[in-house]
Design a protein around this ligand. Structure first.
Ligand code: SF4
Length: 155
């Protein structure tokens, strides 16, 4: 499943190429998606999510937010997330979506499971704990750090 976050409804003109990828696609316009706040990330009770067995197994190896997702900005640049603009994956003026997916740079973000992030790798909740790399990155400009966790003093 590929989730396309799109900032511009006019991106519909690109949908022919997107459909030709032959993968199940969810298209979301970004003004419709909720933005996770620092308050929620700091609240242990809100960030630990109930998960079914299948989700639990998948999340052991992938990032709970970024997995399966790319964002197409209004200027046709592609990023892993609307808020991770330091990590451009490509540009639809020069690339196709399939060539960007082939290059595979998105994988670093899709497979950034909490089990690979310190100190979450030692935390028993690391599969059920929701992650926002963009908010964490905004603190120290490190894509693999964890700052907004009320449990971090315990480690
Ligand atoms: S240490 Fe990481 S996995 Fe554990 S509660 Fe905090 S943010 Fe979640």
């Amino acid at each position: 499943m590929l989730t396309l976050l799109i900032s511009d409804p006019m991106m519909d003109e690109k949908m022919d190429e997107i459909k030709s990828l032959n993968v199940p696609i969810v298209k979301k316009f970004i003004y419709n998606i909720p933005v996770l706040s620092k308050e929620i990330l700091n609240d242990y009770n809100q960030r630990i999510q109930k998960t079914d067995y299948l989700t639990y197994q998948v999340r052991k190896n992938v990032n709970s937010c970024l997995y399966g997702q790319i964002f197409i900005a209004a200027n046709q640049e592609i990023y892993p997330c609307p808020y991770l603009r330091d990590f451009k994956l490509g540009d639809l003026h020069n690339d196709t979506i399939s060539s960007i997916l082939h290059k595979g740079e998105y994988r670093k973000f899709w497979y950034m499971a909490k089990s690979k992030i310190k100190p979450c790798n030692d935390c028993k909740h690391n599969v059920q704990c929701f992650d926002c790399r963009a908010i964490e990155y905004s603190v120290e400009k490190k894509i693999d750090s964890e700052y907004y966790c009320s449990q971090r003093e315990l480690f």
